[in-house]
Write a protein that binds this ligand. Structure first.
Ligand code: LYS
Length: 275
């Protein structure tokens, strides 16, 4: 009898542990534990716009998965904290951070001087650059060729910024979408002549949608190199330090390279994971 009771208690404990691993408790801090137990691990809410494969997206089960998820989970483990991912639309994502609705953001966010004024960024974790997507029979050969063409971008991204700069603020040829896949769908439908977006996402989309008959046009002379960072609320030095500590650890021990390889099928370029 005693044994049975113990066994069932254990089983319940295991089930609870398994559940809490899948879906970390919502409160920021777990209920106060007996004084002898170690301090409860903090659970931070993470905003991500899960429409950006292979970085952050939803699988068939609706779970948020991808490179950023694997990376942040590993970073959190090394940094000694827990994370709970919340799908957050790109257009409201920076506000969610400033308002305190999210503790941090990982969403393929390029570190820019402008953004640095309103939020703090971790050390960079990924190198990116803009890439042009066009139909396979397009004559577009360089960025400049888009000057008088209809171009699709994701609103408020660095892709939006470069195209706005090329065509001018008053251009009526820029079509802005709430996600990059929507912009690419519009290219497929013929509503725009090109899409400018982050290389990783464009390459992934083109490879996975052969029927769209797209090709990519790289123009490294026209686009500045970009780096992704994890964002925290301006002044949240405590969380930023944990994140940077975790990032350094996953870069140093090969975890970063393993996640990179799992996602992209190749070793990371030497510069992508500086120790
Ligand atoms: N890296 C680009 C930027 O920060 C695109 C991010 C889009 C994420 N869904 O603007």
């Amino acid at each position: 009898r005693h044994f049975l009771k113990l066994a069932s208690t254990l089983a319940v404990g295991l089930v609870l542990a398994a559940c809490s691993k899948q879906e970390p408790a919502a409160p920021v801090e777990a209920a106060s534990a007996p004084a002898s137990e170690p301090a409860p691990v903090k659970v931070y809410t993470v905003g991500t716009d899960a429409a950006y494969a292979p970085f952050e997206y939803q699988n068939e089960k609706g779970e948020i998965v991808g490179f950023s998820v694997d990376l942040l989970n590993a970073v959190a483990e090394k940094g000694g904290f827990q994370v709970k991912f919340i799908n957050t639309p790109w257009e409201g994502i920076f506000n969610a951070l400033t308002q305190g609705d999210r503790d941090l953001l990982i969403s393929s966010i390029t570190i820019t001087d402008e953004r640095k004024q309103t939020m703090d960024f971790s050390d960079p974790y990924f190198d990116a650059i803009q890439l042009i997507a066009v139909k396979a029979d397009s004559k577009v050969a360089k960025f400049e060729d888009l000057k008088k063409l209809k171009v699709g971008v994701q609103t408020g991204t660095t892709g939006d910024e470069v195209v706005t700069k090329l065509q001018g603020k008053t251009s009526t040829l820029i079509k802005r979408f709430e996600s990059t896949p929507l912009a690419l769908k519009e290219l497929e439908a013929g509503g725009v002549d090109a899409v400018v977006a982050d290389n990783g996402v464009v390459i992934h989309y083109v490879a996975n949608n052969p029927d769209a008959k797209f090709k990519t046009v790289a123009d490294t002379k026209s686009f500045a190199p970009e780096q992704y960072g994890i964002a925290v609320k301006k002044g949240n030095a405590e969380l930023l330090a944990l994140i940077n500590k975790g990032l350094a650890a996953v870069k140093a021990d090969g975890t970063y390279a393993a996640i990179y390889k799992k996602t992209f099928g190749t070793e990371p370029p030497a510069a992508a994971a500086p120790a």
